[in-house]
Every structure is written in C-alpha cells, then in structure tokens.
Design a protein around this ligand. Structure first.
Ligand SMILES: Cc1cc2nc3c(=O)[nH]c(=O)nc-3n(C[C@H](O)[C@H](O)[C@H](O)COP(=O)(O)OP(=O)(O)OC[C@H]3O[C@@H](n4cnc5c(N)ncnc54)[C@H](O)[C@@H]3O)c2cc1C
Length: 380
C-alpha cells in the first residue's frame, strides 16, 4: 500500500539519510559488532550532517523540526539495514526530549549544542538488577546535601552505557514515597560514577549495553531535571513516545525480514523448483505481508496522531505490542523459510532474528503493554 503521510521533503530527507548510512554505517557494521559498540566518529558525523536531535531549537544548532515523521524515517532506515547498535533514536527521540521538556534554559544551553553535534552521547538509566518493569521498586537513591544530591546505587542493561557522556538517571529521593523519584544528569568524569563491563547479549552486538554504578556521586543541583520528586511522572510522560519509536522500528524490521526472505525463496530451489513455488511458501509470505501492511498503516496513523498531540499512551502501547509481537512471528517464520541457511550468520535473517527478540522486552514488556491497554479500557 502506498504510504500517504510523507511529503516530498520527507522523501528527500530519507534519500539523504540512506546515502549517509551507505557511506558511514554499512561499511563499518561488521567491525562494530566485533568491537561491541559503534565508533564515536559516526556520532560526530551524524551530528555534522544534521541527523541528531533535529527538534532542537536553532539557537542550540538544531533544525527546530518537531515532526515525528523524521524520527520515523531514521528508525526505519536503521532497521532496514539491520543496524541495532547505532542508537540514534535513543539519543534523539527518547533521551534528548527529557532535557528539552524538563530542563531549564541554562541546562539546554549547556548540553543541547553538544547533543546536536554528536560530541556528547546520551543514555537513560531506569532499570536496576532488581527492578525493571516495576520501576517503583528501584533502590538507587539520592540524598540532598547543601548544593548537591549524593547518589548511590546501580543500574543495569543501559543502552549506550559505555559511550554515553550524559546519563539521565532516575533515583529515589524520598524513602517514604515509592513514586518519589528525581531525574538527574550524571556526567562522564564525575567521581564515583563507574561503568561496568559491556554486557554479552544474544543479539544487538554493536550496542554497548552496560551496568552503571554510583558510589557517593555528588550530583550538582544544577543537574536536576525539572522538579525533584517528579521523575516518575516525567518518565511516564515520555514512555509513549519511546514506544512509538520502537513500533516504527519493529514494523520496519518486519518489512526488512520479509523482503530478504522474498529474495531468498525466489532463488532457492528444492525438488526441482524455486521454493517460492510451493503453496506453503506463498501462503506464509502472503500472510506475513498482509499483517505487516496492516501494522504499517496503524503505525503511520500513530505517528500523525503524535504530531498533533493526540496519541494516547494506551494506543502507543498497542502499537508497540502489535508490531514487536508481529516482528517476532515474522523473523521466526522467515528463518524457517531459509531452512538451515537461516541459522547461519552469513544470512541477514539470522541477525534479524537475534536482534528482534529484545523488542518484546525493552521499553516495557508485552505483558506490561497489555496491562496498560487493559487498564485504559476499564479492566483493572
Ligand atoms: C538490550 C537491552 C537494552 C536495554 N536498554 C535499557 C536502557 O537503555 N535503559 C533502561 O533503563 N533500561 C533498559 N533495558 C531494560 C528493559 O527496559 C527491562 O529489561 C524491561 O523493562 C523488563 O524489566 P526486567 O528485565 O527487570 O524484567 P522483569 O520486570 O523482572 O520481568 C520479568 C517477566 O515478568 C513479567 N512481568 C513483570 N511484571 C508483570 C506484571 N505486572 N504483569 C505481568 N507480567 C509481568 C515481564 O513481562 C517479564 O516477562 C534494556 C534491556 C535490554 C535487555
């Protein structure tokens, strides 16, 4: 189906971003997987080319462009080339909005230009070894003392955890209230801020996911985002946007898996004919194509609703639930249609399969999405 929500300027942007990926990303993907992280250089190049934090105001070097269709294009193109480690969407679409929305003018002046240029990389640290879905159960805490907050605790599974220069950390700041959290920006080099090892994962091998430790880190009050104690509500406010970005990526990942499998089944022969000629193959491919096309229309509509401020959190949760579950079914079926070659890393489908598995877990598991949707429909 022809997608209707893009204008000519989006097509021009997509073409230029694709050219950037062809030049600056695709040739380095194998190396980055080997290194367990992408290079700092590619972040700077993306910044130089204007692809980071495009919504930032021109006074901070941004384009002042708050149209989520550009975020969608970036997520899609990264998914089409199967690049899960270069987390531009995490930096621009998920983390930078915390500074934009809750940061004060001095903080924006201090950080935004370097986030736009790619000189500084962002991460957000909510999850802890004992608390993921249940954020209110986190133990990391900060105690106010004169002009600083003393931060203690640890976080895990933090994307961009090794490369990040600024980490938006959620910490408990009132022991009597489990929902009283504060968001604070911890900067590279602050005494007591230590990074753990890069975590070994089943997929996303070019992504530097890590543990972070905070041992009496003295976080200046000037690094607090918004009002102390309101962090939980700030996180809740931003999670819808995060889930929409993931839905954009998941449905594009499903498209990419379907496309590479189409090429394979048209080529591969068994019993004297292309496997595409078996009715089972055609039917499976047709079923997947139908579901992907239907999902794409839903996601595109969500993007437009987000642009006009009408996207409800439960609908964003539906988009994340549907697309990531669909992606899981699609990559599994596509491996099946590749036969044994689908299990070999030389075929892109095997990497797609491994990268896809996390999408039903991070940014809120499928079960948590169902809770949100259920509650929004009066089922709690
Ligand atoms: C590669 C990777 C990158 C990540 N990046 C980040 C990051 O950048 N920043 C960050 O803060 N976090 C990050 N995470 C953490 C991620 O968001 C959490 O793993 C996720 O929210 C689930 O939390 P958990 O792992 O503690 O699982 P748990 O919360 O322990 O859940 C375990 C199981 O119990 C189920 N469950 C839990 N509660 C309920 C319930 N109420 N009803 C029904 N079932 C329930 C879950 O659905 C799941 O199936 C990342 C994780 C990974 C693996």
């Amino acid at each position: 189906m022809e997608r209707q929500h893009f204008e000519q300027e989006h097509t021009i942007f997509r073409d230029s971003f694709k050219a950037f990926l062809t030049r600056e990303v695709i040739p380095f993907q194998t190396q980055w997987e080997h290194d367990g992280m992408v290079s700092r250089e590619v972040w700077r190049k993306a910044g130089d080319a204007g692809y980071l934090v495009p919504f930032a105001d021109p006074q901070y070097g941004g384009a002042g462009c708050r149209d989520f269709r550009y975020d969608q294009i970036i997520s899609e193109e990264l998914a089409y080339i199967n690049e899960a480690g270069f987390m531009m969407p995490l930096h621009s679409t998920l983390c930078a909005p915390y500074i934009d929305t809750f940061g004060n003018e001095a903080q924006k002046q201090r950080w935004m230009p370097s986030l736009v240029s790619g000189e500084r990389i962002l991460a957000v640290a909510m999850t802890e070894p004992h608390a993921g879905s249940d954020l209110a159960g986190m133990r990391t805490q900060a105690i106010e003392q004169d002009d600083v907050w003393i931060l203690n605790g640890s976080k895990t599974f933090i994307s961009n955890g090794i490369l990040a220069d600024l980490v938006i950390v959620a910490a408990k700041t009132d022991p009597t209230n489990p929902h009283s959290m504060t968001l604070m920006v911890v900067e590279e080099g602050m005494p007591g801020f230590v990074r753990g090892q890069r975590l070994k994962k089943m997929g996303m091998h070019s992504q530097d996911t890590a543990e972070l430790f905070f041992d009496n880190v003295r976080v200046p009050k000037t690094n607090i985002l918004g009002v102390p104690g309101q962090g939980f509500y700030y996180l809740m406010q931003m999670l819808g946007r995060e889930r929409l970005a993931l839905a954009c990526s998941a449905i594009a990942g499903a498209q990419a898996a379907w496309q590479t499998t189409r090429e394979y089944v048209l080529e591969r022969k068994a019993f004297g004919r292309e496997i595409a000629k078996f009715q089972n193959t055609r039917f499976k491919m047709a079923e997947m194509k139908t579901e992907i096309d239907v999902g794409q229309v839903f996601v595109d509509r969500c993007v437009m609703d987000h642009n006009t401020g009408r996207l409800r959190d439960d609908i964003a949760a539906e988009a994340k639930l549907f697309t990531t579950e669909l992606l899981g079914r699609v990559v599994d079926q596509c491996v099946q249609l590749h036969g044994g070659w689908g299990y070999m890393m030389e075929y892109p489908i095997s990497k797609m399969y491994l990268n896809a598995r996390i999408q039903r877990i991070f940014a809120g598991t499928s079960e948590i999405m169902k809770e949100i949707i259920g509650r929004a429909n009066g089922l709690a």
